[in-house]
Design a protein around this ligand. Structure first.
Ligand code: SAM
Ligand code: DTB
Ligand code: SF4
Length: 352
């Protein structure tokens, strides 16, 4: 079977045409591409932790953590490193392979960088892949994080360039692209996606997908979030997106970024199991695992393990590293990882 070509010259018209295919044709195409590049029965599992919560100066209209809206969220200062490490260990025990730490910042302050870098080092030493999302990064900050061993940096474009100003006014689309560029230059893997169901139209979903696929290198991880409507945010009352349009977005992300992990990200708490299964069929192969996203609910870990068991899905093993030094490190990690994989299955059997 010939592998789908990796392209960076998609047009909005082409992507729109994919989004508008008859549903069965689209899913068949996406599943075909998926099987060229991935084991169709493996899904990567990441756990999220909010390391600094609320009182964010940005005005992202979807976000419960923005200081511009009253969502009743309890704010928290930057967590102590010991607490972060304890949470990461707990996530590992439950079978997560990646630990993602998020902060409600516009960008990290100089005084906070040493703590954040220490978190990366300590979480990594547990044998987990590390990911952070801390807002905008300057070139030097990205380099510091990369040097500390951070594997992934998450920074979303959220929507199309055209719709962006309806959603955020305190930083520009170009600011976001600049941060993505700095993350790449520093040698980290990019996690970048968006949110569906914010009142955007088909062209906006196509526009976002085109932006992602036409980056000089596809993001290794593409989170597709369904808006979690939080009371007090300006998007609280927005109309629901047709679930099939969400699944279509996942399918097209899979087709145009064939080697990327596409994450069925926020919003699963409001999706039934059949819808989630359809997202996996459309090519999603990553989830957030654990009871909480950053501040909102996610399905219970037991429920996800049970869902995996019923669908015959296995949690994906960590990616292998290539340099000699990394291989020695990876070997130590692999022993730890195998232990956690067994724990995932054991827990699944117990809850079955
Ligand atoms: N403050 C940093 C930033 O925005 O770059 C990092 C944390 S921020 C919460 C990470 C991402 O979470 C956002 O870019 C957005 O895509 C997603 N997000 C936030 N609130 C959400 C919601 N209510 N529903 C779905 N996704 C959401
Ligand atoms: C992403 O794309 N989604 C995650 C992660 N990256 C950081 C965040 C979802 C947040 C949902 C709202 C909340 O829990 O606060
Ligand atoms: Fe702040 Fe990030 Fe929420 Fe925007 S998405 S308000 S930057 S925490």
């Amino acid at each position: 079977m010939t592998a789908t070509a990796i392209r960076h010259d998609w047009t909005v018209q082409e992507v729109r045409a994919l989004l508008e295919l008859p549903f069965n044709d689209l899913i068949f195409k996406a599943q075909t591409v998926h099987r060229e590049h991935f084991d169709p029965n493996e899904v990567q599992v990441s756990t999220l932790l909010s390391i600094k919560t609320g009182a964010c100066p940005e005005d992202c209209k979807y976000c419960p953590q923005s200081g511009h809206y009253n969502t009743g969220l309890e704010k928290e200062k930057l967590l102590e490193i010991e607490r972060v490490v304890a949470e990461a260990k707990a996530a590992r025990e439950k079978g997560a392979s990646r630990f993602c730490m998020g902060a409600a910042w516009r960008s990290p302050a100089k005084k906070d960088m040493p703590y954040v870098l220490d978190m990366v080092r300590q979480v990594k030493s547990l044998g987990l892949e590390t990911c952070m999302t801390l807002g905008m990064l300057k070139e030097e900050q990205a380099q510091e994080l990369a040097d500390a061993g951070l594997d992934y940096y998450n920074h979303n474009l959220d929507t199309s360039e055209k719709y962006y100003n309806h959603i955020i006014t305190t930083r520009t689309y170009q600011d976001r692209l600049d941060t993505l560029d700095n993350v790449r230059k520093a040698g980290m893997k990019v996690c970048c996606g968006g949110i569906m169901g914010m009142g955007e139209d088909l062209d906006d979903r196509a526009g976002l997908l085109v932006q992602l696929a036409n980056l000089p290198q596809h993001p290794e991880s593409v989170p597709v979030n369904m808006l979690v409507k939080v009371e007090g945010t300006p998007l609280d009352q927005v109309d629901d997106l047709d679930p099939f349009d969400f699944i279509r977005t996942i399918a097209v992300a899979r087709i145009i970024m064939p080697e990327s992990h596409v994450r069925l990200s926020a919003g699963r708490e409001n999706m039934n199991e059949q819808m989630q299964a359809m997202c996996f069929l459309a090519g999603a192969n990553s989830i957030f695992y654990g009871e909480k996203l950053l501040t909102t609910a996610n399905p219970e870990a037991d429920r996800d393990r049970e869902l995996f068991r019923r669908l015959g899905i296995r949690p994906e093993q960590r990616e292998q590293s290539h340099t000699e030094e990394e291989q020695v490190e990876a070997l130590t990690d692999a022993v730890e990882y195998e232990r956690t994989r067994h724990m995932f299955y054991d827990a699944t059997r117990e809850s079955a």
